[in-house]
Design a protein around this ligand. Structure first.
Ligand code: FAD
Length: 389
C-alpha cells in the first residue's frame, strides 16, 4: 500500500479528483517556484494564490450552495499534503485562506456571505484568523484588543501578531474584547487602505512564505454586520476548530517528512562510498530506517485522529498527541535526512533546508508543545486510568 492510500481509499471520486488537481497544480510550476523564491529569500509569488483560487481550490470546504466543493476533512488533509510535499509554509498559508472561506460559508451571516463570499472564493479578499497578540499567543483568553461599540458598529484598538499571510491580507477574523461588557467577540474586519491599520512584517529566517505580520488597529471602524457568531461564544467557537487544525498541521508535517525521506533515500542509493551505495552501509541505513519507523507511526496517528474529526467524534487528546508527535518527528526526521546526504544536504540552497526551516514553525501555531502536553496531561485519568484490574 502506498503511503497516502489509506486516506485516498476513503475519499469520494470527486474528492480524489481535487487531490489530483492539487498534485497537478504543484507539478505544473508551483513546486519549483516555491524553491526558487526561497532561494531568493522571498515569499512565493502572490499570483499563485490567484491561480489556486481560479482553480476553485479556496472553496474546498465551502458549501455546494455557495459554489464550494463541500469536501470532507480527509480530503482537505490530502490536498494540503500534496502541497506540503513541496513546501510546508505554502501548504499552511493556502489552507489558512481556504479555512476562512469555509468559516464565512458555514458560519457567516447572510450579510457577510452576500458581501464577502464571492470575492473570498476568487482570492480577491484574503483573510486569516487574528487571535495572538504581541503580549502572548497561548493564553488567548487574556487578549487585550478592544472593540468599542459606536454608532453603526465598532471601533477596534490593539495589536495582533504572527498573522499568517499578514503582509498581503485584506481582512481578518479578529478576536477582541467588547469594551462595554468585557466579553470576547469575533469580527470579520476589512483592513482597508487607510491609516487606522498598520502592518509590520515579522521576519522568520528561512520561512518568508508564511508572510507573518503584526497588525495594529487604531480606532479602526468596523460596521455592525461584521460581528461573527454570538458575542460571549467567541472563545469557544475559536477553540472548537483547534482540534481539526492540530490534526491538519500534523498531516502536513508528515507529508513534508515523507518528501524528505524519499529524497534522502534516492540520494543515498545513488551516492557511493567505499565501493557501494552509502545506503548499503548499515550505520546510515539504520538511521533512515529509524526515520521511516517514526514517520509511519506519525502517519498512523494522523489518520486515526483525522477519522475522529471527520466523524465529528471527540478528538481533543488524540489531536494534541498527533500534532505533538508528528511535528516533533518531522523536525527531527528532516534533519536526519539532511545529514544523511552529507555536505550536499547541508547546503544552504538545498530543498530540504527549506522544508527544515518551514516545518520548525509548525511547533508554535495551534498549540506549542507545552500547551499540547498540558492538554493531554489534564485528560490522563479520564483517558488512561480505566478500571482497576
Ligand atoms: C508560522 C506561524 C503562523 C501563525 N499564524 C497565526 C495566525 O494566523 N493567527 C494567530 O492568531 N496566530 C498565529 N500564530 C501565533 C501562534 O498561535 C502563537 O505563536 C502561539 O499561540 C504561541 O504563542 P506565543 O508565541 O506568544 O508564545 P507564548 O504564549 O508567549 O509562550 C511562550 C512559551 O511559554 C510556554 N507556555 C505558555 N503557557 C504555558 C503553560 N501554561 N505551561 C507551560 N508552558 C507554557 C509556551 O509553550 C512557549 O514555549 C502563528 C505562529 C507561527 C509561528
Amino acid at each position: 500500500m502506498a503511503f497516502f492510500d489509506q486516506y485516498d481509499e476513503q475519499l469520494t471520486a470527486p474528492e480524489r479528483d481535487l487531490v489530483a488537481r492539487a498534485r497537478t497544480f504543484c507539478n505544473a510550476g508551483f513546486a519549483s517556484a516555491l524553491h526558487a523564491s526561497w532561494l531568493e529569500g522571498e515569499p512565493f509569488g502572490r499570483h499563485w494564490i490567484d491561480e489556486w483560487a481560479a482553480a476553485g481550490m479556496l472553496g474546498l470546504q465551502a458549501t455546494a450552495a455557495d459554489g464550494g466543493h463541500a469536501a470532507s476533512f480527509l480530503c482537505k488533509i490530502r490536498v494540503a499534503q500534496e502541497m506540503a510535499l513541496h513546501g510546508f509554509a505554502a501548504a499552511f498559508c493556502l489552507n489558512n485562506l481556504q479555512g476562512q472561506v469555509t468559516r464565512i460559508s458555514r458560519q457567516g451571516s447572510d450579510a457577510q456571505r452576500e458581501r464577502l463570499l464571492r470575492p473570498m472564493l476568487a482570492g480577491a479578499i484574503l483573510s486569516a484568523p487574528a487571535m495572538s497578540e504581541p503580549g502572548g499567543g497561548s493564553d488567548v483568553g487574556a487578549l487585550t484588543t478592544t472593540a468599542t461599540p459606536v454608532e453603526g458598529g465598532w471601533r477596534m484598538n490593539g495589536s495582533k501578531a504572527w498573522i499568517t499571510n499578514g503582509t498581503i491580507l485584506d481582512a481578518v477574523t479578529l478576536l477582541a474584547r467588547n469594551a462595554a461588557d468585557g466579553q470576547l467577540a469575533t469580527f470579520m474586519v476589512l483592513l482597508g487602505s487607510g491609516d487606522t491599520v498598520r502592518r509590520e512584517e515579522i521576519l522568520m529566517p528561512g520561512a518568508r512564505s508564511f508572510r507573518l505580520a503584526t497588525l495594529t488597529f487604531t480606532d479602526h471602524f468596523v460596521p455592525a454586520w461584521a460581528l461573527l457568531g454570538q458575542p460571549g461564544d467567541a472563545l469557544r467557537a475559536a477553540m472548537a476548530t483547534v482540534n481539526a487544525a492540530r490534526v491538519h498541521v500534523a498531516a502536513m508535517a508528515v507529508a513534508s517528512l515523507h518528501a524528505a525521506l524519499a529524497e534522502a533515500t534516492r540520494y543515498c542509493a545513488a551516492r557511493h562510498a567505499f565501493g557501494k551505495p552509502v545506503i548499503a552501509h548499515q550505520g546510515l541505513q539504520w538511521e533512515l530506517a529509524e526515520v521511516s519507523v517514526r514517520l509511519e507511526a506519525a502517519n498512523a496517528l494522523v489518520f486515526r485522529a483525522a477519522q475522529l474529526v471527520d466523524a465529528g467524534r471527540p478528538a481533543v487528546t488524540l489531536a494534541a498527541q498527533c500534532k505533538k508527535f508528528a511535528v516533533d518527528t518531522a523536525i527531527w526526521g528532516i534533519d536526519q535526512c539532511l545529514r544523511a546526504m552529507g555536505a550536499v544536504g547541508a547546503g544552504a540552497g538545498h530543498r530540504l533546508a527549506m522544508l527544515s526551516a518551514e516545518v520548525r514553525l509548525a511547533a508554535f501555531g495551534d498549540g506549542t508543545n507545552e500547551m499540547l502536553l498540558d492538554r493531554i496531561g489534564r485528560s490522563l485519568t479520564k483517558d488512561y486510568a480505566g478500571e482497576a484490574p
